[in-house]
Design a protein around this ligand. Structure first.
Ligand SMILES: Nc1ncnc2c1ncn2[C@@H]1O[C@H](COP(=O)(O)OP(=O)(O)O)[C@@H](O)[C@H]1O
Ligand SMILES: [Mg+2]
Length: 298
């Protein structure tokens, strides 16, 4: 059986489903391992759309794995090589369902922050700056324009919200209160290094990474790992270099395309999301694929 073109929800009856996030399905393998399947679900404004973006989950998986490997000297990641997919899903038909989009990971304790790094002034950061000259409490020079590169990347963590609610910006001091000074500092420093390294690499391949979000987890010994996904078009704003211009919101590879479409609708941004026209989901899928090709190639 070939892998299906689009996977909205995975179904692996022999494994215990721990939960479905907006995009990923999490299964228990054993005490120490999880199977994470990245579906083709698409969320925008924190609402899951009713239609899949065909192949998106495979793009996210390949892009994440690429960065995990590239960044392993900066920080270890959650990928586990103790088991193969065939060990975990012996049935070939079931395996085909999730091939290219399933990863076996160490089962870690996720830290309660989203580690956001911003290299450019856009989105909520731009709104913040226009209002008060600062982004998440970090003062910036006067006179910056929309989409302008910041003098240096800034770390603007947010709290990890429960399903169906929105994340909230928090200060670095809040993250210290949540996890202690040492760990909060490690998370910030790793995030800034990861972002800068990735941004330089991507820039040379025609992609500006305007901002991004990381998640981290701890093992039983308190060792810190990069978890979830890394530097994908879902967790970042990717802009094509050739269309970048200070003063305007650049077109992007990420879900901005879908967001722009959704803004044309009379939809109040609460669940359920609107049905996506075929050409919108296809165009969106192409955008994800284009980012993958630029970054990694075929
Ligand atoms: N190695 C790991 N160990 C434990 N939990 C993880 C690991 N990697 C990712 N997760 C969690 O799995 C979930 C991934 O699902 P996702 O669809 O991305 O969720 P969300 O809707 O929160 O974005 C997240 O809650 C993330 O924190
Ligand atoms: Mg997520």
């Amino acid at each position: 059986m070939n892998a299906p073109a689009a996977l909205y929800e995975s179904s692996l009856p022999h494994l215990k489903l721990l939960g479905r996030g907006k995009v990923r399905d999490m299964y228990e393998i054993d005490e120490k391992h999880l199977l994470i399947v990245t579906s083709d679900r698409m969320s925008a404004f924190d609402v899951i759309m009713p239609d899949p973006i065909p192949g998106k989950g495979r793009v996210l998986t390949r892009v994440s794995n690429f960065w995990f490997e590239k960044m392993r000297d900066i920080i270890p990641n959650h990928l586990s090589d103790d088991l193969t997919l065939a060990d975990v899903i012996p049935d070939p038909d079931l395996r085909a369902q999730v091939e290219g989009r399933a990863i076996i990971v160490k089962r870690l304790k996720p830290l309660p922050v989203e580690a956001i790094v911003r290299g450019y002034l856009i989105g909520s950061g731009w709104k913040d700056y226009q209002r008060c000259g600062a982004v998440c409490g970090i003062e910036l020079p006067a006179g910056l324009q929309q989409a302008q590169q910041l003098p240096q990347p800034i770390y603007t963590p947010s709290s990890k919200a429960e399903m169906g609610t929105h994340d909230e910006n928090i200060s670095f001091a809040d993250t210290v209160a949540l996890m202690g000074e040492e760990l909060a500092g490690k998370v910030r420093d790793a995030s800034l290094r990861l972002y800068s390294t990735a941004a330089e690499y991507a820039r040379a391949r025609g992609i500006i990474i305007a901002d991004t979000k990381f998640e981290f987890g701890l093992d039983e010994d308190g060792k810190l790992y990069l978890i979830d996904e890394a530097l994908t078009p879902d967790s970042s704003r990717f802009w094509p270099v050739e269309h970048y211009q200070v003063g305007i919101s650049p077109p992007s590879f990420d879900k901005q395309y879908l967001r722009d479409y959704l803004e044309t609708l009379d939809w109040n941004k609460t669940a359920p999301g609107p049905k996506l026209p075929e050409d919108v989901s296809r165009k969106c899928a192409e955008k994800y694929r284009e980012a993958e090709l630029k970054l990694i190639g075929n």
